[in-house]
Write a protein that binds this ligand. Structure first.
Ligand code: SF4
Ligand code: SF4
Length: 364
């Protein structure tokens, strides 16, 4: 039965499938410890108990099928523009995975009369722990789930079901004495092996709203959505097996083009970002990150575009544009920033602009 389910899962596009029981996940203590240390991002859903009890998702649950779709081939050539993490390219995996899980759920119902619920990052459950227990991969020191053959660029989803399926065995840990991901992390967010301070992690920072502190802005470099650095450093991600046909990699616009991102209207944002996994936080966050990237790259060719955003209706865009302009033009931006400060009425934007003025005074 298990092999029949696995074969069906592969036939509809899943690259890997594993099985575990639906007992409580043994990580509530770890989650509480991370919360106590202030390492959670704040985007997590539910408390430690809700996040570790599969039967809360499906009363009578007996087994969980953990499924993965490989997306490592999504890497584009670095164009020197903004960086979008691989998970944010191509079609939104929540939709792709959701349809595939729906097909598998129907298969289980028809073949075995099973009741199941499908999960795709839309629930409190700790998906990585389910994947580990189901033998899909082991935890890397960067907290990714690493499959020995595919690496860690794998989208995860689950079916919790009331049918009994014999569990698979978890895999042995595979990092050994390697620490490449820890050394590669530009934010020192991997505080110790297998522990990330999500509040420092640039992947999380790119989706927080509002103004960002200056040190965070500088660390983001040209990241516009997400961060792949620790995964790219990992030897398990060297092989790569090409793009997954489940994802359409041809996006309407070149989303790495910072000039385009800074000037896109709502329609263009919808066409270029909303069908990807990078669109959920909205246009303002993506444009704020693009301003930060322009500032960090000291992109003189974008100075006029950034200058126009000093009068944008959104305070976070006005303030971040001031910061970016001070980075791009240095002292040459002083007059313009002082004038902008005089007419600015929003307190948080005024603070950001005054910092940009002080910053540009220090530059040549
Ligand atoms: S995603 Fe980026 S910032 Fe976060 S731990 Fe990995 S390298 Fe560090
Ligand atoms: S880079 Fe090395 S330590 Fe980090 S996850 Fe990969 S194998 Fe493990």
């Amino acid at each position: 039965m298990k092999e029949k389910i696995r074969q069906y899962a592969k036939s509809i596009g899943f690259d890997v499938a594993g099985f575990t029981d639906a007992g409580i996940l043994d990580v509530a203590g770890v989650l509480k410890d991370r919360e106590r240390k202030g390492y959670l991002s704040g985007l997590e859903k539910g408390d430690a108990e809700e996040r570790t009890d599969p039967s809360a998702m499906l009363p009578g649950a007996r087994s969980i099928i953990s499924l993965g779709i490989y997306y490592g081939g999504s890497k584009r050539k670095d164009s020197g523009g903004g960086k979008i993490a691989r998970a944010g390219m191509g079609r939104d995996y929540h939709a792709v995975m959701g349809n595939m899980l729906g097909e598998l759920k129907e298969f289980l119902q028809k073949e075995y009369g099973a009741r199941s619920v499908a999960l795709t990052d839309n629930n409190p459950m700790v998906e990585r722990e389910i994947a580990r227990r189901a033998g899909i991969g082991f935890y890397g020191k960067n907290c990714s789930i690493i499959n020995p053959y595919m690496g860690s660029f794998i989208f995860l989803g689950e079916l919790i079901t009331d049918m009994y399926i014999r569990p698979d065995m978890p895999l042995e840990a595979g990092c050994g004495d390697c620490d490449r991901c820890m050394r590669a992390c530009p934010a020192v967010a991997i505080v110790e092996p297998y522990e990330i301070n999500a509040k420092k992690c640039l992947s999380y920072i790119t989706v927080t709203k509002g103004f960002l502190p200056d040190d965070m802005k500088r660390r983001l470099q040209n990241r516009i959505y997400g961060c792949d650095t620790c995964q790219e450093a990992c030897p398990y991600n060297r092989a790569g097996s090409g793009p997954n046909p489940a994802f359409d990699m041809d996006m309407s616009y070149d989303t790495e083009d910072i000039g385009f991102i800074l000037t896109m209207n709502n329609r263009e944002f919808k066409d270029s970002f909303c069908m990807t996994s990078a669109g959920w936080r909205g246009k303002t966050v993506i444009q704020r990150n693009a301003l930060i990237a322009a500032g960090n790259m000291r992109a003189e060719g974008l100075a006029n575009t950034v200058e126009r955003l000093l009068s944008d209706p959104r305070p976070v865009i006005r303030g971040t544009a001031a910061w970016a302009l001070s980075r791009i033009l240095g002292k040459k931006s002083l007059g313009l920033l002082e004038e902008t400060y005089r007419v600015e009425r929003d307190e948080s934007a005024r603070l950001e602009i005054s910092r940009a003025i002080s910053g540009s005074k220090d530059k040549i």
